[in-house]
Design a protein around this ligand. Structure first.
Ligand code: ADP
Length: 466
């Protein structure tokens, strides 16, 4: 039934923390994946309005764009602090990325998380019909289906986790992990980025919730059948590829070329987040300069890293650490006419980014832990087929499973990262083309539409239970 939502009476209802309402360009992965489907089925998108009030409005606001209805709820400052900055980004984000040491287990955060999940469950009950298919996005809403069911929801409800699911030993350190598990078990379908994430969650549910395996895709928990499916998220590969030759892309790349001269560009593009391995990446560049002095003056590493969540302490510390490292490395290795590392703490438009990727001989994507990593796919999409650059990719990014033709590295091993960058710079054209063709074919086949269809098809697996 979910295969063609546009021709059935049922609508797609999406719940995510942020929606794409009013965005000038729908460039983000989720918006590209969902917009047309929502539009064609007169769907509904529920999320946070992005507004913070001292006293929140009691009601949500319903607005329309392109045939899609949006139910947008405001948050109070206390909601935002406890739910978003607190539980979502100071408990779940670090734990899911294997950083228990950074988690702040404050019980008020969990209370705020439950309150917001309840409020959004009530919004679904208010605006959705039971023959709609509800698709909840990401770690902000682990408890939503449970509360929806408590409110009497009988329709279908699926969940996709964009971040990794850690080893059960890590997840069960969260004081309320059993509440979260009960929340997950209330869904009909849970989609995860990789097979590894599916294996972690399945083992956790077997150990903690008495789940039994029916087959590779299904678990039985009491009398409920839960479909667990790996659905690696993709990008709009064709669209991104076209963006890389657009006028803003060419303009941005000319600006950078004027700075580079004849030097080869190595590029990194990430939100400034501790999961992205930025200090280790900077250290790897220092190792590269140490080990290969012949590269001095001939390459330039540019890291684009707009600050995010900058009121959370860890993010402030990361910023300081990067400022310091960049200064030190440029002090140690720079020369009168050479700046080895450039680090720009700001964002760029999608087209501009695409142009910068295309100019770069090496795309350096080295997260310590990442659900997928879309930058890796965007870098490949943006390349010139006649003269493609080389992707150096962390084994700990979900994308590594789908992109074996990249140079796969361990981001903690700075020497091997340096060697991989060196090998990438020296790689003959024929090998670069061979690797790139395989990577590009992969991102075109398993693109953002493939991801959506694969997730929605999982609802059929739930129905066909034995
Ligand atoms: P995450 O979702 O953890 O931030 P991803 O790599 O999966 O990591 O997705 C990041 C998205 O944000 C990509 O689409 C990327 O193009 C975009 N992005 C990252 N850095 C910048 C930047 N400096 N300017 C504009 N967009 C950026």
């Amino acid at each position: 039934m979910p295969e063609d939502l546009s021709s059935s009476s049922s609508r797609l209802v999406v719940v995510s923390n942020r929606t794409a309402f009013g965005s000038q360009t729908r460039a983000g992965g989720l918006a590209v994946a969902l917009w047309d489907t929502l539009s064609a089925s007169n769907g509904l998108w529920i999320g946070w309005s992005g507004k913070i009030y001292d006293v929140p409005r009691r009601r949500s606001q319903v607005v329309e764009e392109d045939g899609i209805s949006f139910a947008l709820a405001d948050m109070s400052k206390a909601d935002y602090d406890g739910f978003y900055l607190g539980y979502a980004n100071s408990v779940l984000w670090p734990v899911m990325h294997n950083r228990l040491d950074l988690a702040v287990f404050d019980s008020d955060y969990f209370t705020a998380y439950s309150v917001i999940n309840r409020r959004f469950a009530a919004l679904v009950a208010e605006h959705a019909h039971e023959d709609d298919l509800v698709w909840v996005q990401d770690y902000h809403f682990l408890l939503l289906a449970k509360y929806m069911k408590e409110d009497g929801w009988r329709g279908q409800c699926g969940f996709f986790l964009h971040v990794p699911f850690p080893a059960p030993e890590v997840f069960r350190s969260i004081p309320n992990h059993l509440d979260l598990a009960a929340g997950l078990c209330a869904y009909d379908v849970v989609g995860l980025q990789s097979r590894h994430d599916v294996a972690n969650l399945a083992r956790y549910l077997q150990e903690e919730m008495g789940a039994e395996r029916i087959d590779s895709d299904r678990l039985r928990i009491g009398d409920h059948v839960l479909v667990l499916r790996h659905c690696p998220i993709g990008i709009d590969a064709g669209g991104f590829s076209a963006a890389a030759t657009s006028a803003p892309a060419v303009q941005a790349s000319h600006r950078l070329e004027r700075f580079l001269g004849s030097r080869d560009l190595i590029i990194g593009v990430d939100r400034m987040d501790y999961s992205k391995g930025l200090p280790q990446r900077f250290e790897a560049m220092a190792t590269l300069f140490d080990k290969y002095p012949e590269l001095h003056g001939n390459i330039s590493f540019t890291q684009i890293a707009p600050p995010s969540r900058s009121v959370v302490e860890e993010y402030v510390l990361l910023r300081q650490q990067l400022d310091e490292l960049c200064g030190r490395i440029n002090g140690d290795y720079g020369d009168l006419d050479w700046i080895p590392i450039r680090y720009l703490a700001r964002g760029y438009d999608r087209e501009e980014l695409a142009g910068l990727y295309r100019l770069a001989r090496v795309g350096l994507v080295t997260p310590l832990q990442d659900g997928m990593n879309l930058v890796a796919k965007e870098y490949v999409a943006a390349q010139d087929p006649a003269n493609p650059g080389v992707l150096v990719l962390s084994q700990f990014a979900g994308a590594a499973d789908q992109m074996p033709e990249a140079l796969i590295i361990n981001p903690h091993d700075t020497e091997s990262v340096a060697d991989a960058v060196h090998a990438a710079l020296a790689m003959p054209l024929e090998e670069r083309q061979r690797r790139w063709q395989a990577l590009y074919k992969g991102i075109c086949t398993e693109d953002i539409n493939w991801w959506r269809e694969r997730f929605l098809a999982a609802f059929d697996m739930q129905v066909s239970q034995d």
